[in-house]
Design a protein. Structure first.
Length: 367
């Protein structure tokens, strides 16, 4: 499996709900200027988290507990029934990894959907699984729970290697990059762990700045939104805050997209904001759009966002609105699979957009 890491922008895999294991939501893949709808799949239940992909297949969880594999043309490959699932899926070492609401972690083989392993962790898992990969290709799975506990599992067998008690309630997904794990908590802090889950440092963000969304992690920095409406950048090596911006007074719980020089996020008030990564200075911001349901991502020189039932494409350089499509109610954030954008919605539909197909091939154009 090809793994996305940090801000490297590798593709075409999309192994977590927000790109690579660092949750930076960035790939170098280019998208067509005006995508067409390529296909639509009915999952039979609400889909609340973005699909994931190993580059060949697309995987999603539909309520209450169906795990579904599609090929890249939207054809169903296999379906597995599970107890209710709240946590997003992840692709790790050729396995589809997830967890049920009662705290059972599971893994299916990506190709056939056969059960690879299960492990009863004893309490609910809400965030995505993430992973660190050793030079010899071995994967360690990290799963966080609302209590703040972090479990280390062997990716191949699901065997629990270690459990570390967390500092406080954790609602967002952990991120892994460059031998570190980072996540936010209700202690109004970003917590940084070593690859073995030993605590390295806590970075306090100040009263009222609880972190309930996922943290985006690069080799040197972590980025998180807070309940007070701020986006904060911290230095994970020094354990210090680098900068913060506060575009409005609304809670900010989406995960930002991070490139080599920019950070893109949707404010709690529904504005799409692009900040300079070095110092947080706003480079551009949209006018008020709407309430945000998904975290934005960056594909090459384009920003992809889902807002109030629409999939939208913006120019990364200046925020120019390029394209939109009314795709469904309560959309997930987008997944980028090669040169295709894939989203899902609360009505249970999964929709893919990409380069317009020749006449007679089933593409239906754009809005």
């Amino acid at each position: 499996m090809l793994v996305l890491c940090g801000t490297c922008g590798a593709g075409p895999a999309w192994p977590t709900l927000h790109g690579g294991y660092g949750l930076t939501g960035f790939v170098t893949n280019t998208l067509p200027d005006r995508p067409a709808r390529l296909w639509r799949y009915a999952a039979g239940g609400a889909v609340t988290h973005p699909p994931v992909s190993d580059g060949e297949r697309i995987f999603l969880a539909a309520r209450p507990g169906r795990v579904i594999a599609l090929d890249r043309a939207g054809t169903e490959l296999w379906v597995r029934e599970q107890p209710p699932i709240e946590a997003p899926l992840a692709m790790i070492g050729g396995l589809v990894v997830g967890a049920t609401a009662d705290g059972t972690a599971f893994a299916f083989t990506a190709v056939s959907g056969e059960t690879a392993w299960t492990n009863a962790l004893g309490e609910a898992v809400m965030g995505t699984a993430t992973a660190l990969t050793t030079p010899d290709g071995q994967h360690t799975v990290f799963l966080g729970q609302p209590t703040g506990n972090v479990h280390l599992l062997d990716a191949a067998t699901g065997t629990r290697q270690r459990t570390v008690s967390g500092p406080a309630r954790v609602d967002g997904s952990p991120a892994a990059a460059a031998g570190r794990l980072a996540f936010g908590s209700c202690n109004a802090a970003v917590h940084v762990l070593a690859s073995g889950a030993e605590a390295l440092r806590d970075v306090p963000l100040g009263e009222g700045n609880e972190v309930a969304g996922g943290v985006a992690l690069t080799a040197t920095q972590a980025f998180a939104g807070t309940r007070a409406g701020a986006l904060v950048c911290v230095d994970v090596a020094r354990g210090s805050e680098v900068w913060r911006v506060r575009p409005d007074d609304f809670e900010l719980f989406v995960t930002p997209a991070v490139t080599a020089d920019r950070v893109v996020f949707v404010s709690g008030g529904g504005n799409l904001v692009c900040a300079r990564r070095a110092d947080g200075e706003t480079l551009w911001s949209t006018a008020h759009l709407a309430s945000a349901f998904g975290s934005p991502v960056v594909a090459g020189n384009r920003v992809v966002a889902t807002l109030d039932g629409k999939v939208l494409l913006f120019a990364l350089a200046d925020g120019e609105a390029l394209w939109s499509y009314a795709a469904g109610d309560r959309l997930t954030g987008p997944a980028i699979v090669g040169q295709t954008v894939v989203v899902a919605d609360a009505e249970g539909f999964v929709t893919a957009f990409g380069a317009p197909q020749p006449a007679g091939k089933g593409a239906d154009g754009h809005e």
